[in-house]
Design a protein around this ligand. Structure first.
Ligand code: HEC
Length: 125
């Protein structure tokens, strides 16, 4: 009986890692440009840092879906290439990505919900 309880607990904990999905999506859809550790790539792709992410986090949902063309400057480097939008990622994928990014770069554990993200996506344009 004890063993069963232990397995049930383990199962619950393994489902509760809310950022795992986002982390995986990041490595599939973002790291090819931004790097596995979001360290960026030369003068082509900016790193994702706490500073930069806090500037863009409000718009991240729209950026992921529709891309970004800001020619941003960071640490004296101008990134003149633009980020393409991604129409493969579903709305729920974007929720998971945003939850992961908020946690990783802003140390925020708040949970962005699907209805909230859907609304933001409608308001993008
Ligand atoms: C094809 C390359 C490419 C891919 C794939 C890509 N990005 Fe970007 N990203 C860029 C470029 C280039 C910029 C800078 C755009 C500009 O200056 O207008 C950027 C900017 C950003 C920014 C704002 C600046 C910063 O560095 O913090 C964030 C946040 C970001 N990307 C997150 C993501 C996420 C999340 C994904 C995956 C869903 C992703 N990107 C996929 C190329 C890419």
């Amino acid at each position: 009986m004890r063993l069963i309880k232990l397995f049930i607990l383990l199962f619950i904990f393994s489902c509760q890692s809310p950022y795992q999905k986002g982390e995986k999506l990041f490595s599939q859809h973002c790291s090819n440009c931004h790097g596995a550790e979001a360290e960026g790539f030369r003068k082509l792709y900016p790193p994702i840092t706490k500073d930069l992410y806090s500037t863009y986090s409000d718009k991240i949902v729209c950026i992921i879906r529709y891309g970004l063309n800001d020619s941003l400057v960071y640490n004296g480097i101008q990134y003149s290439s633009s980020m393409p939008g991604n129409d493969i990622l579903s709305d729920i994928d974007i929720v998971n990505l945003k939850n992961y990014l908020d946690w990783k770069f802003l140390a925020e554990n708040k949970y962005n919900s699907l209805p909230q993200v859907k609304k933001e996506l409608v308001d993008c344009k």
